[in-house]
Design a protein around this ligand. Structure first.
Ligand code: SAH
Ligand code: SF4
Ligand code: F3S
Length: 465
């Protein structure tokens, strides 16, 4: 993997100048609302976008309809993600009719799809700015151009992105932070559109990552989740991923997590890190996708069922309490009932804490989209229901096994389900709800687990003497 040039300081300076100019424009949007779809990478990008919009003088507006600028950070990994984004855009047309000054920006993975920006420009001329995944840092310039009387801006770069450092940011949480370590993907799993819309792998310089972590720690962050489509391919400054983890661990980041890790290149060093890094949480998202070798091969995953199971055994040998989670695709083109049953048996064997399950969705331009796909949508839907029911029973057992334990929970905030309750995660990543006041947000508290539900645990706080 080659390292890419960092977007130049001069260019970043130019964009900062645009932010300043937008701030000074009369009649510029006063408030913004970002709709962030898709994965954590998009969530992290949205924090940078929010930072730029705030530098331009805008304030965050929680209610979308009230905002002067609405930005959609889109996802296209499955068809329903794309439909959701497009459905939203059509709805915006109505909103803009009532509110002509409303500024609409659409970017992210969907707009980066081949031909998509041009189609959107023709169909939805009311969008003010359309940009892609490689030029997010130019948003200030595009917004300035449009606000100072220019035509709607449609700009999507074909070339792979460079690495951007030094964007302003407005973090969603004060105690838990996402830190990008690499961008893009080279794996080309045959069903997946991500490599086409996010470009080739490129790593951030480890010193930049460590400096960011140090700033976050200074600001009171307790948990850092490192992000990349395949963090095992991290090669910043020639160093491998486990090395970066060691350095972060030595800095004393209280909780370290990461995602996502590809089973084909999960290294011995990384497995060893689970055995000896104090701050690396005993949790790993290791998407298996399927349990049958032929399907794995046609998915271009480059590991076998046995190799995956071996990784699981080795991880559990060094860290018996590790919580494993997974992504699984049901109904890949040509998958038979027998092959699907191999996925069921793998799930029974591994006993994931949780799994995200998806019915295969053909994505234009990917190799799998060309394969014959004889199984009906109805049948696939019956299969996925079967898988979900199996996983739910396993998740419930995994959660039930935690009852009676004493856990250190990092409090994330008020529970979304019941008021007067807090929600926080155990080291293994289980969500625990327990009675407590909001002042505990961002703190570590000791909790005794009292009962288990389908997806979450309940507990009570143990007051320290
Ligand atoms: N880089 C990560 C995941 C990125 S996409 C990884 O390799 O694990 C998140 C998940 O979406 C994938 O793990 C996969 O399970 C699912 N996915 C991707 N493309 C899909 C498609 N075309 N249809 C259904 N699910 C898909
Ligand atoms: Fe997609 Fe595979 Fe890359 Fe993950 S590793 S982003 S599933 S191509
Ligand atoms: Fe993420 Fe969706 Fe893009 S899953 S990388 S936002 S296509």
């Amino acid at each position: 993997m080659s390292e890419r040039p960092i977007v130049s300081q001069e260019e970043m300076q130019r964009q900062r100048e645009y932010m300043r100019q937008v701030r000074g424009l009369s009649g510029r949007p006063g408030s913004y609302h970002i709709v962030s779809m898709g994965c954590q990478m998009n969530a992290r990008d949205s924090e940078s976008i929010a930072g730029m919009l705030e530098e331009m003088g805008m304030v965050r507006e929680e209610v979308r309809e009230r905002a002067d600028l609405i930005l959609y950070n889109t996802c296209c990994v499955r068809e329903n993600a794309e439909n959701k984004a497009l459905g939203n855009v059509i709805w915006l047309k109505e909103l803009k009719r009532d509110k002509p000054d409303l500024m609409i920006c659409v970017g992210g993975c969907m707009t980066q799809e081949k031909g998509m920006a041009a189609t959107m420009k023709a169909r939805y001329p009311f969008i003010d700015v359309i940009y892609g995944t490689h030029n997010l840092y130019r948003l200030p310039e595009y917004i300035y151009r449009r606000l100072s009387g220019g035509e709607p801006v449609v700009e999507v770069f074909d070339m792979d992105g460079e690495v951007v450092e030094g964007l302003p940011e407005r973090r969603a949480s004060r105690h838990s932070a996402f830190v990008n370590i690499m961008y893009g993907c080279n794996n080309f799993c045959s069903y997946c559109i991500v490599p086409y819309v996010r470009g080739r792998e490129r790593s951030r310089d480890p010193e930049e990552i460590l400096a960011e972590a140090a700033r976050l720690l200074d600001g009171g962050v307790q948990e850092i989740t490192l992000l990349g489509q395949n963090v095992n391919s991290y090669r910043g400054g020639g160093a491998e991923f486990a090395n970066l983890l060691r350095r972060l661990d030595a800095m004393g980041v209280p909780r370290i997590r990461f995602m996502t890790s590809h089973p084909k290149d999960l290294s011995d060093e990384l497995i060893a890190a689970y055995g000896d890094l104090e701050h690396l949480m005993p949790a790993l998202h290791l998407p298996v996708q399927a349990g049958n070798d032929e399907i794995l091969q046609r998915m271009n995953r480059r590991y076998t069922r046995e190799r995956y199971l071996d990784l699981v055994r080795r991880l559990r040998a060094v860290r018996p309490d590790i919580g494993l989670t997974s992504d699984i695709i049901v109904g890949f083109p040509g998958e038979t009932r027998n092959q699907f049953e191999d996925t069921l048996s793998l799930v029974r064997e591994v006993r994931f804490d949780a799994a995200y399950t998806f019915v295969y969705s053909p994505r234009k331009g990917t190799r799998a989209a060309e394969l014959p796909d004889p199984v009906s949508a109805q049948e696939k839907s019956a299969w996925i229901q079967e898988l979900i029911a199996l996983q739910q029973s396993i998740s419930l057992e995994a959660l039930s096994a935690q009852v009676g334990r004493r856990e250190t929970v990092l409090v994330e905030g008020a529970s979304t389900r019941d008021s007067g309750s807090l929600g926080g995660r155990t080291p293994r990543g289980h969500m625990v709800n327990f009675p407590g006041g909001a002042e505990l947000t961002g703190r570590f508290v000791e909790v005794e687990i009292t009962s288990a539900g389908k997806n979450t645990l309940r507990g009570r706080r143990i007051e320290e003497e």
